[in-house]
Structures are given as structure tokens and as C-alpha cells.
Design a protein around this ligand. Structure first.
Ligand SMILES: [Zn+2]
Length: 152
């Protein structure tokens, strides 16, 4: 199969044993976020030293390495930092409707969350574009209370 590589495409050959990776989600910050989401709000934690706002909030600042606990509310609007367009399903069959998954920096936050963007042609999505959260009708304190994002 002929495959044309773009200039910015990088290939990292090798066998990757993903079972060696470990992920840790800090419960406190996640609870803070999901409790807020029940009220249709988004809360994170701000570092009193450098001002960095994290969503979900960790127990320590990743820049200053100090304990942090100042709760702040951020907006449910934000900016696309990066995105990927899913063109086909796992079998390689083209999707009728392309799926856009994006890293979104919420206004007031310095970190990114992942979401799906709808109501826009995939070719019109841009890094830096403004988006707004579309919530489910009855938020239940779950991460998918934000159903998706739409262009603002
Ligand atoms: Zn800090």
C-alpha cells in the first residue's frame, strides 16, 4: 500500500509494551470536578505560588512541587489546542461522519481536557478556535456530563 508521509509525520519504530505504563488519577481533584459538574460547573485547583490552574486539580503543583488546595471555578468555554480527525472505524471502513477529538484548554484553566467537537465540518476545525461545552440535560456528576463541544 502506497503511503505518502507528510513533512511533520514522525515514525517511531519498535515494539511498545504498553502494559509497562502506569496511569494515576488523583481522587481528590476528580471528586472536586465531578461534584461541581452536578451543578453544571467546572472546578479545578490553583497554585498559590505560580498561579497555574489545573483541571482536574492535583494535590501538588507540577511546576513548584508544593501542596496546593485553592479551589477555583473555570468556564465551560475554551480553545482547541490540538485535535485528531477519525476517518474510519477499527476495520478501516470510512465513517460517514468524521469524528473530531480535541484537546481543549478551558478558559481560566492552564491544562487541557479531551472532548469531541460536533456541528462543524472536520476541514474547518483549527487550533485556537473557540468552543463551548454542551452539557447533558441532567448532569449526574460524571465526566461525560459534558456531552461534546461546539464551535462558539
Ligand atoms: Zn506552582
Amino acid at each position: 500500500m502506497a503511503f505518502e508521509m507528510g513533512e511533520e509525520t514522525r515514525q517511531v519504530p519498535g515494539t511498545w509494551d504498553i502494559s509497562t505504563y502506569r496511569y494515576k488519577i488523583e481522587g481528590r481533584g476528580l471528586n472536586l470536578l465531578t461534584e461541581a459538574m452536578k451543578e453544571g460547573k467546572i472546578r479545578g485547583v490553583r497554585c498559590h505560588e505560580c498561579g497555574t490552574v489545573y483541571v482536574p486539580g492535583p494535590t501538588f503543583c507540577r511546576k513548584c512541587f508544593i501542596d496546593i488546595d485553592e479551589v477555583v471555578e473555570v468556564k465551560d468555554t475554551g480553545e482547541v489546542v490540538s485535535y485528531a480527525v477519525e476517518m474510519s472505524n477499527m476495520r478501516g471502513e470510512p465513517l460517514d461522519e468524521k469524528r473530531i477529538t480535541a484537546m481543549i484548554k478551558l478558559d481560566g484553566s492552564d491544562t487541557w481536557i479531551v472532548g469531541t467537537i460536533t456541528d462543524i465540518d472536520w476541514e474547518d476545525v483549527e487550533v485556537g478556535m473557540k468552543v463551548k461545552s454542551v452539557w447533558v440535560d441532567e448532569p449526574a456528576g460524571k465526566l461525560n456530563d459534558i456531552d461534546h463541544f461546539e464551535p462558539l
